[in-house]
Design a protein around this ligand. Structure first.
Ligand SMILES: Nc1ncnc2c1ncn2[C@@H]1O[C@H](COP(=O)(O)OP(=O)(O)OP(=O)(O)O)[C@@H](O)[C@H]1O
Length: 312
């Protein structure tokens, strides 16, 4: 497998099975140093299985994985101190306090950061003396994040890090993760919150039925679906307007209903420019103009309605 200096995570042709069932099919992934890579997907798409394989918790059934140039299973001893891992669920000893839990974890960790600082950054300082069993779900999730990052890892895996957090806690977790990224940590996270990926990720991938359906920067992924221009126009017969707009804009889709027009276009800027020039030249008044790129949620919804067997 070819890797260059900036490649931190590399999977080629990754296959993972549970008995006869193939959960991850031929997945290729590259994550560069300092990047935050968000792995999105429908329930059961194979995200956690992929993460567990990258983390070295399970061996791949096919293909190759390298983390920091090492094999995550065979080189686990060398790799583990350099990784931070936040699983979907963590088994804590419920009768320890938050501080005792962090101190215990720190005693098992190479080069841990200061406990107080970690608690402070995730707003857990006032819970330091609380027994873990008495924490809310969101507070536990924040404690998970503290523990996963206590060793100041080079590579951090976060499996649904903000599941169940209220909006304020989620934003503070995002700031925490953004700070880690800014300090050079390479991060892979799975999430069902698309706005989390939009807020944090350099690159995103959407998994569906075990395969990577799409992958790239946010703009690249969003650019895989057409943008939309909508407006209302009075006193124009639909058939004429349809013909004329197709000549002016060359849309990939066009609908006209009750004077409201929707154009689906590949290049939003060029199409919008042509449309406005045409309207000016012909003295048309376009009302309630709305122009927008596709959203991540539209891409997600397209992917989740695709049969990956058909797509491959
Ligand atoms: N231990 C297991 N034994 C058998 N099948 C499993 C096991 N763990 C997961 N699977 C199956 O593998 C597929 C992928 O599961 P995985 O947990 O990786 O998906 P996911 O994308 O993380 O889903 P979610 O978003 O719901 O957490 C699913 O169909 C799931 O039912």
């Amino acid at each position: 497998m070819e890797t260059n200096d900036t490649t931190v995570i590399e999977a080629r042709g990754l296959v993972c099975s549970y008995g006869d069932f193939t959960a991850v099919r031929d997945v290729d992934l590259t994550v560069h140093r300092g990047e935050l890579f968000a792995l999105l997907g429908t329930n059961g798409a194979g995200k956690t299985t992929t993460m567990e394989t990258l983390e070295g918790h399970r061996a791949a059934d096919g293909g190759q994985v390298r983390i920091l140039g090492l094999d995550p299973v065979a080189d686990r001893g060398a790799l583990r101190p350099r990784l931070g891992i936040m699983l979907q669920e963590t088994g804590f000893a419920g009768d320890l306090t938050v501080r005792e839990t962090v101190d215990l974890w720190a005693s098992l960790t190479t080069n841990p950061g200061p406990t107080d600082e970690a608690l402070e950054r995730l707003s857990l300082t006032d819970r330091a003396g609380t027994r873990v069993v008495q924490l809310s779900g969101g507070q536990r999730r924040r404690l998970d994040l503290v523990l996963a990052t206590l060793n100041r890892p080079e590579v951090l895996f976060l499996d649904e890090p903000t599941a169940g957090l209220d909006p304020e806690s989620r934003e503070s977790a995002w700031r925490f993760v953004a700070d880690l990224k800014a300090s050079g940590t390479t991060i892979v996270l799975t999430t069902h919150y698309l706005e989390e990926a939009e807020a944090l990720a350099d690159r995103v991938a959407i998994m569906h039925e075990g395969r990577l359906a799409t992958e790239g920067t946010l703009s690249e992924v969003i650019g895989t679906a057409p943008a939309a221009i909508e407006f209302s126009i009075a006193d124009r017969p639909g058939a004429d307007l349809d013909r004329e707009l197709r000549t002016v804009v060359d849309p990939v889709g066009l609908q006209i209903a009750a004077g409201r027009v929707r154009l689906d276009v590949d290049d939003l800027q060029t199409s919008l420019g042509r449309l406005l020039r045409w309207a000016d030249q012909h003295g048309h008044r376009l009302e309630r103009i709305n122009a927008s790129e596709a959203s991540l949620s539209e891409i997600f919804s397209r992917v989740s309605h695709t049969r990956m067997e058909d797509a491959s």
